[in-house]
Design a protein around this ligand. Structure first.
Ligand code: ADP
Ligand code: MG
Length: 351
């Protein structure tokens, strides 16, 4: 191998948004026949939004969202973000410790916050704004919607249960949110009605989590992610190069299948716990395959390191990037197909 040919490979890579950490990985990439793709954040945007709140019989949707939101404020997980954001943005609740914009004065159009100058009344309250017919003035006398709602309670004893969900104490309630398997650990099962609703919501491609507190199931929350617009094309390019794409995810079978169908992947390995992703890669290698893996999360790091070629989304976590041979700077899955093609071409030049 000439250093020049290798440099040409890495130089072209940089132009396409591929950062090459380990050039020796390109040698291994030549034989790649299988590409393992993480779902959330890799094939999909990884930005979830809350689409449904389903309370159990006798519970209210508001209480379910308020309690789940209060717990999930403490978690970084994309599902947690979606739930906490929906709760904070709900007109019924306000975030703990954060004053809504209307109180800080921004919503009244003041240049300075109300409390910046003690002893001076803000314009809206002192009456100067009263003659302008601005609907904002109502904010000075009538509490805005966000303040009229209950504040979200705080959470204590928060614990993230890797690959399963989260738990903590909210309003004196022992709350758990996540996969039904996590509820099982607390000896809480779904009622037949909730199980039916769970299956129905999942069949639409949403990811559904359950919430329980004080030993009983209280409802379900469905969040949905969107497939990246470039993912289907990327999978087609991988197939055109003779690669066998496999979707691997900690998410459940039904939403994983929905995403796989959308991008043209046949083989899905779902419900994989974070520490099991590496086992999936090892087993494929034991079958005699040469495996590339693309991922973005902390839970992908070990698998990325184990793969013959590990590719991290540049939009992902530092842990995933450190574990990988290549970084796809823009988080575009098509570039993973480019990287494999580029490595084959570079090696042709070398030989
Ligand atoms: P992925 O492999 O798709 O990135 P994870 O391993 O991070 O998924 O999570 C697997 C599953 O665990 C999620 O689909 C969800 O059901 C559950 N889960 C994990 N963390 C949370 C959380 N903070 N709140 C609710 N559910 C969670
Ligand atoms: Mg991920």
């Amino acid at each position: 191998a000439t250093p020049l040919a290798m440099m040409m490979g890495t130089g072209t890579g940089a132009k396409r948004g591929i950062l090459i950490k380990d050039a020796a990985a390109l040698e291994r990439a030549r034989r790649i026949d299988t590409i393992v793709l993480d779902k959330t954040g890799t094939v999909t945007e990884g930005r979830m939004t809350l689409t449904q709140v389903i309370p159990a019989a006798g519970e209210s949707a508001d209480d379910v969202l308020r309690t789940a939101g209060a717990l999930e404020v403490a978690s970084e997980h994309p599902i947690a973000r979606a739930i906490a954001t929906a709760a904070v943005e709900s007109p019924h609740f306000a975030a703990p410790g954060t004053l809504p914009a209307a109180i800080s004065g921004e919503a009244l159009g003041d240049e300075s916050p109300h409390f910046a100058a003690p002893g001076t009344l803000p314009a809206a309250i002192s009456g100067e704004a009263s003659g302008n017919g601005s609907p904002d003035f109502a904010g000075a006398t009538t509490p805005p919607a966000a303040i009229s709602g209950d504040p979200l309670p705080g959470v204590t004893d928060f614990r993230n249960v890797e690959g399963l969900g989260a738990q903590g104490i909210v309003d004196g309630r022992a709350v758990v949110v996540g996969r039904p398997q996590l509820l099982d650990q607390w000896s809480v099962g779904l009622t037949p009605e909730l199980q039916r609703a769970f299956d129905e919501a999942q069949a639409t491609g949403a990811t559904v989590v359950a919430i329980a507190w004080d030993g009983a199931p209280r409802g379900l929350l469905a969040v949905a992610d969107t497939v990246k617009p470039t993912s289907a094309e990327a999978v087609a390019e991988m197939r055109a190069q003779g690669l066998d794409p496999i979707l691997v995810t900690g998410d459940a079978e039904a939403p994983a299948r929905a995403v796989a169908a959308e991008v043209g992947i046949d083989r899905v390995i779902a419900g994989v716990l974070p520490h099991e992703k590496v086992t999936v890669v090892t087993e494929l290698q034991q079958e005699g395959r040469t495996v590339a893996m693309v991922g973005d999360g902390v839970n992908d790091a070990a698998a990325l390191a184990q793969a013959d070629l590990g590719m991290a989304m540049g939009t992902g976590t530092d842990v995933a990037i450190e574990a990988s041979d290549l970084t796809l700077v823009r988080g575009d899955l098509r570039v993973a197909a480019d990287a494999v093609r580029l490595s084959r071409k570079t090696l042709r030049i070398i030989r």
